[in-house]
Write a protein that binds this ligand. Structure first.
Ligand code: AVJ
Length: 320
């Protein structure tokens, strides 16, 4: 009996970490939420929809570039490798790489959205029966124990996910990745480039309003975990290029003053104030080269998409 009761209360347990982070993020002077919380099941679907948008050039540009990257990589990566993808999502981008590089024997995708990840991993495994696909549900921004891996390691971090880190955080991530991936490793990383603010603006303010839904979905997620305190109709998607910082900032701007309660915590929203939900940093080749160099990596190769819309770097681990 006792055990049954305990088990029930555990299933009712909400995502405690999420709740604490939300309360913390909405309690400061500049309210903020971490972009990793966009990717619940619905959010991951919205993101896949964003990638199909005409305006969202990063996905198109990188997807077009990767087959070329992969065919040239095949000449560089002549050993056996275990490939580790950080923040893997729908596992679309790894396909051209697995197609071209026979040396990849294992593929370990890490993602926070477990169901989405397991479904995509099952499909990938059918398509590449010679590659052992071992998904890991987890937060790649924290250290993760991947267990024993015999092969040399090739990290894969596409999609300019690295842009969600501040430059300092990106340096820390690259440094940790150097530790995790070890001697003789490589890291293949997709990075969005600096470009005209107008192009950036339309990529994050698409005409169909998918990015707005993606951004607002984080409020639905709060409503699921707490007792529906948020009113999404009182907020508006807002994204702009912060030239000084070199990033797109996404916000949810409050349209009318109101008060919400997160459990017993009172949170006041004034009209026009915002919740900062995402920063998406853009790097020139010089800027990204400097980050890599500070973190134990050297740039082995650089690939640029048409009109320099996107960049892919192959980083090689410096000798420890
Ligand atoms: C997945 C972080 C690369 O910053 O462009 C897309 C997320 N946000 N549209 C990005 C995103 C709004 C995306 N990253």
């Amino acid at each position: 009996m006792q055990e049954a009761v305990l088990r029930k209360s555990r299933t009712n347990d909400r995502d405690q970490e999420f709740c604490e982070v939300v309360i913390d993020g909405l309690s400061g002077a500049q309210k903020k939420l971490h972009p990793k919380y966009f990717y619940d099941q619905k959010g991951s679907q919205y993101f896949d929809e964003i990638c199909q948008l005409e305006e969202y050039y990063p996905y198109q540009a990188e997807t077009k570039l990767l087959p070329k990257v992969a065919s040239q990589l095949a000449g560089i990566l002549t050993h056996e490798y275990a490939m580790i993808e950080f923040g893997a999502g729908s596992l679309q981008k790894v396909r051209p790489v697995l197609d071209q590089i026979q040396g990849i024997k294992r593929f370990i995708p890490i993602d926070i959205s477990g169901d989405h990840l397991r479904a995509s991993s099952a499909l990938l495994s059918q398509e590449f029966p010679d590659v052992s696909v071992d998904p890991v549900e987890g937060d790649f921004s924290k250290p993760i124990d991947l267990g024993e891996i015999q092969e040399r390691k090739l990290g894969f971090f596409p999609g300019s996910t690295i842009g969600n880190f501040t430059p300092d955080e990106a340096t820390k991530f690259l440094h940790n990745a150097r530790q995790t991936l070890g001697q003789n490793s490589y890291l293949l990383v997709g990075v969005d480039t600096k470009k005209s603010p107008a192009t950036l603006h339309s990529a994050y303010n698409d005409a169909a309003g998918v990015t707005a839904k993606f951004n607002l979905n984080i409020l639905d997620r709060i409503n699921q975990e707490f007792d529906s305190p948020m009113s999404p109709e009182k907020f508006e998607h807002y994204a702009y290029f912060n030239a000084e910082k070199g990033c797109i900032e996404m916000h949810l701007v409050c349209l009318e003053a109101h008060t919400v309660y997160l459990d017993d915590i009172r949170v006041e929203f004034s009209q026009g104030e915002s919740i900062h939900t995402e920063s998406s940093y853009k790097y020139s080749c010089e800027e990204f080269g400097a980050l890599a160099q500070q973190s134990g990596w050297s740039i082995e190769r650089t690939w640029l998409a048409d009109q320099n819309l996107f960049s892919v770097y192959l980083l090689k681990a410096d000798k420890a």
